[in-house]
Design a protein around this ligand. Sequence first.
Ligand code: FUB
Ligand code: ZN
Length: 659
Amino acid sequence: MKRLVLNIGITLLVVTTVAAQQSDYPITPVDFTRVKITDNFWRSRMETNEKVTIPHAIKKNREDGRVDNFIFAAGIKKGKWKGAFGFNDTDVYKTLEGMAFTYQLNRSEVLSKEMDSLIYYIGAAQLPDGYLYTAWNLRARNYNDAWCMYREKPYDFLQGSHEFYNSGHMYEAAVAHYLATGKKNFLDIALKNADHIYELFGPGKIEAIPGHQEIEIGLIKLYRITGSAKYLELAKLFLDRRGKGILKGQTGCQDHKPVIEQDEAVGHAVRANYMYTAMADVAALTGDKDYIRAIDRLWENVVGKKMYLTGGMGAIYRGEAYGKDYELPNLAYAETCAAIAGVYWNHRMFLLHGDAKYMDVLERILYNGMISGVSLCGTKFFYPNPLHSDGKQTFNKGAAGRSEWFDCSCCPTNDVRFISSIPGYLYATRGKEVYVNLYVSSQVDLQLGKNKVRIEQQTGYPWNGTIRTTVSPARSSEFTVNFRLPGWTQGKPVPSDLYTYMNNRVVNPVVKVNGIAMDAPVDKGYIKINRKWKKGDVVELELPMEVKKVTAHANVENNHGRIALEYGPLVYCFEENDNGPVDRIILDSEAPFTVSFDSGLLGGVNVITANASVYTVDDIDISSARRTVKAIPYYAWNHRGNASMAVWIPYRIEKLIIR
Ligand code: FUB
Ligand code: ZN
């Protein structure tokens, strides 16, 4: 046994006695509260999240009954459960998690009061034994979704009811709230619920597993905060019970094989990605090699055969699921929640293996298929994130464009919690090494061994690749700063052969320390600068950006003869607003592409202009004309009304069908 001391911010310390923790991630992320983002790109997103999206989510949660459900379940007022999905409680939890993250940065009294009021209702709704799922507490019979049907007994339909999924989000929110405020009012509710679930479903008890993974991540956070090993044990148990037929071996919820034997991403993509995230945590915390091998294989499969260029995951609308290998239709499902879960998973893979390729994937998701899910104004959302739209099809849960909310609003509330934690993905440390993973103007104070180090980044990223980093240790000392060398600078859009650059020119970045160019070694995708640092040392990094023409693996049939464009970390798309109907464009892949910054467009973006032949068709004639066409960053599409959009554009005529 050893004493585990967790320093959990502000003035709070938890000291407890637990079974010895065997291992953990070898790399430690720098907590988001210590990173101050000073750029325009992410700072404005975070401000919008704080000032617009969080109030919007609170309002929507109140308007459509999600908050009332707790009030009614608590008996504070009389009323019937409202909503279409039993797991609507999670939207209140995820909003609370985002509020807690934000509170840690702004200390707003209004936010604090709002959190306490919601937590009061949640606590009052909890049954004495710890159970809490308002749909069951209120014996809701008005579900319109067969998967969430009311059952006579709690936990009677775990594959559909989402009771454990609900609890997982409650735990994550409660931990965030505890860390932000030091108050235990929410954490106590979460622990009571987790203890109740452990009593019923722990070792030697009922062999149930969640139909929708998420509780595993939450339990591990409870373990980290309390040091109580039973929460980690239960998380692993929920994983280890898979593949034994408890959920009838369904692939949809990854019950087809024991998790350590899984080698292909199948089924519901959000469930899968949350599961892989939890598996990485278990792998790190137990050192279990089978777990590590399994998540490595699953990652290879996703990044090698199942990921969109935008980082989107989960191709298929039916079952919100991963498709077969190379099944990547451009009318992609690519749910925002799956993208966020993909960030969680890839971040943990980096913390485990220390390879930049995981951060490359994370960056791709972040700047493209994740951030596309929230409008610039912060109140309009995509649930699926397709790479093609005809401007009319109602791909977004019944809408042809962004929506303010959904009956199932998992994505908007996931955005709320995720965006407020973005600074936590920038930096990490390992012993006397620092990792600079994302290029964002920012400032951070690090503890590196016994030394304090301030790092300040100034960059125009993602619009240009000039990065100036000032490293200021309190005391001059030797250590290593690792700068991620993005795969896209090295001729590799992704760390697999799924996508390739047609113009694969590798120009090595220029690295200068205090104005003097240097040849730094590169290892695992990082430029490693080891030296005796002194206050005010400056590293300049020039990542060469040029328009990249991407082709997809030949097995991705729908993209034969098509290219997509990238510039820096951003994937581009063509919109009808700039070009007329996008399905009439044939790009001239040999002609020059030019890039210019348009400060008046979509909050300020780099646009790419290109030569194309644009054809028109009438009853008896097809004609074409040479024209300049314009592409915008994919994340910014659908801000100018519903119109056609495409990421993958033909550059040669493959087939001509005349009917
Ligand atoms: O089932 C809960 C959430 O709703 C899932 O994660 C999403 O895919 C949506 O189905
Ligand atoms: Zn979602």
